[in-house]
Design a protein around this ligand. Sequence first.
Ligand code: ANZ
Ligand code: ZN
Length: 825
Amino acid sequence: MDPATTPNEAYSPQEIERKVQRKWDDAGSLFADEGDRRPKYYSLSMWPYPSGDLHVGHLRNYAIGDVWARHKRMQGHNVMQAMGWDAFGKDAELKARKMGIHPYEWVKANTANMRRELKALGFLVDWRREMASCNPLYYYWEQFLFLKMWESDLVYHAPTKVLWDNSTSTVTSRREVDLGNVAKDNVSVVEMPAYQMRLRKYANELLEGLGKIDWPEKIVKDQQYLIGRSDGMSIRFPLAKKTAGLAELDVYTTRPDTLMGVTYMAVHADHALARHAAKSDSKVAAFCDECAKVLPMDAGNPEGDKKGLPLGIEVLNPLSQEKIPVWVADYVVDDYGSGALMGVPAHDFRDFNFASKYKLPIVRVNAAPGVAADAPVTQAETAPGLAVNSGPLDGLDKDGCIDKLEELLGDKKMAWRDHGLSLRDWPINRRMYWGTPIPIIKCDKCGLVPVPYEDLPVLLPIDVDFRDEDALANHPDFAEAKCPSCSGKAKRESDTMDTFVNSAWYYARFACRDSTDRILDGRAGHWLPCDHYFGGDEHAQGHLVYARFMHKVMRDLGLLPGDCGDEPFAALLCQGMVLGSDGKKMSKSQDNTVMAKDILDSHGADVARMYIIGVSNPKDTFPWNEEHVRDHAKFLDALWNLAMDRRPQVADGAGKKADPALMVALNRLLSSIDRNIGQKHFNNLVFGGIHSIRKLLRDNPEDHAFQRVGFEALLKVMNLVSPHIAEELWERLGFEGLLIDAPWWEPITAEDVQDDSRLFVVQVNGKRRDEIEVPASFGDDEVVKAAMESRNVARHLEGQKVATSKVIRKDGAHGIVFFVAKPGK
Ligand code: ANZ
Ligand code: ZN
């Protein structure tokens, strides 16, 4: 049968997608094996929390990662992408409590849905590596990791203050409150014994490592801020009279040069001096109780009313021996520095407000150039100038003051260089059932005793009354235990780990998820570090810190085989959000959520993927637009028909040489596609790339050789974005092998894109009407003339008078012609 004379088969996306996926499966195309000779490339997109169906935010994340992964593969890498389920956690548990569905059942049903949808989307994922954090084999190794950390004192047990969500009776976090997931009114500060991971121990390395990875600037800044390392000094103020067993009060300051301007000291309500004063002063006692309720996010806030009370205690300025009163104040953070500060109202905002309110002296000890030493201070002057009114420090800048103080006070151990750190250790228990059990046994005689390795895993019982907020503690088989140390009767720890522990090391386990004898075997050595990571920037100060920490911990514990690097994720891209069509954040309550399934059912995977890649730069946020989705469906339909029509030309073009001018035009497009991929502007692959190549092909049917090279290139780009239709057309047009395995084109050289023609976009009254190609030698008049002759432009100028025409030339190769036309002859 002659394909040119039979009508085309209609484009039926779902059918093609199923067929192509079967083809990939049969060929084992999606598998990533360690034995492969090509260089490894591990590309990972954050694993989903199985909350129900796949939403379009997931779709976007994975479509972006897949563009990158498929491109790397075509460039000759052995690419591994894996998928799994961040299956433990609060949402499942709360849902369970509310709806009476067991979290296990809920997760099972949801993962089944999401797996089906993800598979239907045709991502390049090695599904043999699928794993879930709630699987005992996974959390067995997590418990093993915990015990290793326990042995090395990288996790310890101590009381800490946490944010308690009264509405769910679980531990929450500042982030949850900031995101609005938990109402601030429902939150209180409670002290609770906690297992804490020593994040602070790794603060310096976490900070330095940021310089070695290719991460978005914003995330790097967020992490620097979170770690919050500052340089300064600790200064020791002798107490005028020994109090509460203390002879001195130490404070940390970033401005030691302002020491002579200290007019009061402030301590946190939990400080020994405040607690001592509270014993004999009921007003202080009441105030301290008030302070205990201040949420940490409010305490550090530079604005807002600051409250305090004098304690009737005095210290001496170590430099001048002057007496200074000690106050208790609600703006002192208890676990920063020493939980006390020196108040310098003239040069610190918070101190200025505080001193103004309580009529404490404000003394200038620093002046910018040109400011007199006796100039009044009307607001805090925080930029460091030179010291004034400061005795031995006068005339020195900040560094000079620090040197001088070291000289004057260093020997007496009254001042020393020091660092501040905002980063806190990481409490990992959440008072929940649905998580990894903490492998500890609590014995009255022996204290906290680790579960012996041979008794791991500590299985999470499934037969519990999960409506009980203390389900594990009340489960007799689980709770009763024998002390491994004294064999006496003991209790098993009934708390479980935060889900962030699960997701802090999953990327490594994907390499060898079935390993039973090692947490990470040689396969992890092959794949790690992860070359590229994709996910949302809401994880900047949580997951992305914890995973970096855990990688270094596993390295130091000797659990990373071979050279896995010091950082888990060499490069990172954070995609923007998908908003509802109303421009608002998608949420169930707004009724503006779009599920991947909706668009899969109506248009198929390729349309879904093409829309979500083409609609905006991966980094940007955009509102969903149903009409644009339909436009993409129409586009792919037209493209299918064009390709099917051109089968004879493509077949005939083999072995022939295409017109050089057309090749230059094509090469220009390919070169810009390469540039856009490099910069991860994947959106430009759709309009600048796929659309433009299609247009070249449509307009030049007579050059059969060009039809062949053009379609070959077009399908390769489409393989990154809409891989099923591309794979199918690859076969129908008679190209060899599978497209998914085809190599990318060689880099385009300057020679490939040189020629004597120039491309101009033509606009009439602000609307793009055509693109013309003219000889490079054409002057502006000739370009305008050629533009007016183009069919589409002529049509839009018909019956009108050209009022203005203008030619703008850009970077040699491209340009724009503008026409302003008015009615009339
Ligand atoms: C005196 C001073 C003078 C300060 C001045 C600043 C400006 P960063 O920069 O964030 O590291 N501080 C120390 N411990 C504190 C605590 N527990 N709670 C609240 N504030 C505390 O913060 C360091 C500065 O924060 C320190 O430097 C101290 O105030 C204050 F012109 O000391 B400064
Ligand atoms: Zn014991």
